[in-house]
Write a protein that binds this ligand. Structure first.
Ligand SMILES: Nc1ncnc2c1ncn2[C@@H]1O[C@H](COP(=O)(O)OP(=O)(O)OP(=O)(O)O)[C@@H](O)[C@H]1O
Length: 367
């Protein structure tokens, strides 16, 4: 078990980590999501011992490892830029980690051979043993880099944007692969990503970092379904957040008819609708249990298994609607066509003036 206690780190006046505490369980896939500069890499570097915190402790199985150098911490690190040895074959790149690791290096050639081949097999690179890094695609290089770390059997594997350099298709495939590999090995993964879809797809839990603070730590489905505040919702890039205020007739938005509220919430100042909970219709009439808003069609983006429709509200702000193509065919709309976006009130979350989510009584619950 890895335990972080009150970690803080500044660079001059720049706050990189601000009192981060966290328990990482064994055999867990934890993703760290946050915007650029939020402290993700700094957190990994402090855990790895590449950076000294100004305050706080890093404990592994209850033991303070703050004084241990990186190579004694039993950690593996995979970075975005692969860092493979260009003059060595794939096999030798991976075997290197095993032959020269700090703890119990393996000298027996047949043992090196067996373990290296087993690890290459795990990352799907059997048959690539004699290739040079220059003869590999980006995704293959990333797998070699992963294999080179995994072959040393780390207790905890730190991955710093390992899929950042890959194109969208490969990213999606590697996302599934990484999960499979982690489950096969039972190693703890701490995976830094700036990509919310990746964090949702892979992590057992995720941390959302902002300006060095952990805003949320929970299973990704929970964070996506009910973000703790508007900042988290914004980073997830999955929520339409409409500013306004609660009034006598509903949620009042500049230039629009009031939106129906899911429950009375006088303190509401932001109305949140998930991209994938909304749908587009040509019928603007209000219906019980639904919210509706007129918007003009701008564009569609096809993203593999889904399509994202971009619409413009009366105040000029964009409203996004995400539809999965497994459930329906894509629709075509005319540029600037006036449409109605609709959603179920049960999918709405409201946030107060400080941006905090307002707990709402579930629909149908007695007041
Ligand atoms: N060596 C350094 N010297 C000075 N400031 C630094 C240093 N390393 C990081 N910082 C600052 O600390 C903050 C956190 O940086 P960090 O690299 O941890 O963010 P990040 O979330 O990993 O960002 P990115 O997604 O862009 O990699 C930033 O404001 C950054 O400018």
């Amino acid at each position: 078990m890895l335990e972080l206690q009150g970690l803080s780190k500044r660079y001059g006046t720049e706050v990189a980590l601000d009192d981060v505490s966290l328990v990482v369980r064994d055999d867990e896939y934890l993703t760290l999501l946050g915007p650029s500069g939020s402290g993700k890499s700094t957190l990994l570097r402090v855990i790895a011992g590449l950076e000294t915190p100004d305050a706080g402790r890093v404990l592994l199985d209850g033991r303070d490892i703050g004084a241990l150098p990186t190579h004694r911490r039993g950690l593996g690190i995979v970075q975005q830029n692969y860092a493979l040895f260009p003059h060595m074959t794939v096999f030798d790149n991976v075997a290197f980690g095993l032959r020269f690791r700090e703890t119990a290096p393996v000298a027996d050639p047949s043992e090196v051979d067996r373990r290296t081949r087993a690890t290459l097999d795990l990352v799907g690179l059997t048959g690539f043993e004699t290739r040079m890094p220059g003869q590999l695609s980006g995704g293959q290089k990333q797998r070699v880099s992963l294999a080179r770390t995994l072959v040393t059997e780390p207790r905890i594997c730190l991955l710093d944007e390992p899929l950042g350099a890959l194109d969208a298709n490969l990213r999606e495939r590697m996302t599934v692969e990484l999960r499979r590999i982690r489950e096969a090995l039972g190693v703890t993964f701490l995976h830094v990503t700036g990509n919310e879809a990746e964090a949702l797809a892979m992590g057992d839990r995720m941390i959302v970092l902002d300006r060095g603070r952990a805003l949320a730590v929970a299973p990704p489905e929970e964070i996506f379904a009910a973000p703790a505040d508007t900042r988290v919702a914004r980073f997830l890039n999955a929520w339409n957040l409409i500013p306004g205020r609660a009034g006598a007739d509903g949620f009042e938005v500049a230039g629009e008819a009031p939106l129906a509220l899911p429950a009375p919430a006088p303190q509401a100042q932001t109305y949140g609708v998930p991209y994938d909970a909304a749908w587009i219709s040509r019928d603007p009439a209000p219906a019980p249990g639904e919210g509706v808003l007129p918007a003009r069609y701008v564009a569609s983006e096809f993203l593999g298994s889904k399509v994202v429709y971009l619409l413009r509200r009366a105040d000029g702000k964009v409203f996004e609607v995400e539809r999965h193509l497994s459930r329906e065919d894509p629709e075509t709309y005319a540029q600037d066509e006036t449409l109605a976006v609709r959603w179920r009130l049960a999918d709405v979350h409201l946030f107060d003036g400080a941006g905090r989510r307002i707990p709402l009584a579930p629909a149908g619950a007695p007041a």
